[in-house]
Ligand binder design. Sequence first.
Ligand code: ASN
Length: 361
Amino acid sequence: MAPDPADLPLAPLPTQATAADAPRVLLVYTGGTVGMAVNAAGELAPMELQRLDRQMPELARLPLRVSLLSLPEPMDSSNVAPADWLFWARLIGHHYADFDGFVVLHGTDTMAYSAAALSYLLEHLGKPVVFTGAQLPVGASRSDAQRNLVTALEIAAARHPCASTVRVPEVGVFFNDVLIRGTRAKKVESQQFAAFKSENYPPLARAGIGLEFSDASIRRLPAGRLRVHQRLETGVAVLRLFPGITAAVVDAVLGVPGLRGCVLETYGSGNAPTAAWFLASLARARQRGVWLLNVSQCVEGRVVQGKYQTSAALADLGVVGGNDITTEAAVTKLMFVLGLGLDEARIRQLLGQDLRGEITP
Ligand code: ASN
């Protein structure tokens, strides 16, 4: 069972923040390669983050007040599940008033899913929540942890130089000098440091000698009270099409008991086979109330249902066009929208509409 956020201790890290009004950042350590070490079997495995201030002396030079909150069981992000997202959202909600920004140290493998999930769960977010991690453990001599974490903390504390308002009131992924919107991030590399790509949207900031924010790309919503959502529908699936996919495979996925929604990963601009057996399988799922969200396998471009003959039938069956959404954002959007307990018309409306900057309207 998840602990109560109030029971998890915060450890202040020694920094150079002397001013009483120095920005305060909460650093939440969930796991990932950044804190891993080789175990007895020779595998990289999650560890407690021992004395981060000793491993990263550069933290002491930051003019910020940083508190570290380590989760009791750090994990490889391949083990992250919706219950973790709900807990992290509660955690940020619990500490929201006491910090100017949040950094979540997380494994890279599912970081894009987690950033998208938190984007949906934290409605009316007015402060930065920056996910970061590393491709090499913080203790490794060539680790990218230092570079990623120091700048992520600076972004979480950043304010407009003139207006002194929050610079990035969004969930983002900061990695290898690029800040990406949480609902647009995709892991594209497992061997290089440039592990993430911003799909169908410009980066929100770039770090070079200076930190350059693309203010025009950053979402700025009318102020509202943070709402921490606590329901996600887990009866979802992803069905990726390929030439030769059989009726048995399609029926098996769409026939999963309790299935409420499925991301259909289609070709090109949202195209799929027109074979009668395929369309009949989709129709049966729709009749059982399963929501289908059409997402392209292409990493750039968008779904335009009806552009080709091979996508026209999908629209007729009530498949929702996902526009230029990523699969990561589509899966978590289905979980979020279907968890809201809304009627059919409202679900269709929300699935097709931009909620957290995940699609280009
Ligand atoms: N397997 C690791 C994780 O996602 C990969 C990483 O963090 N670079 O936890």
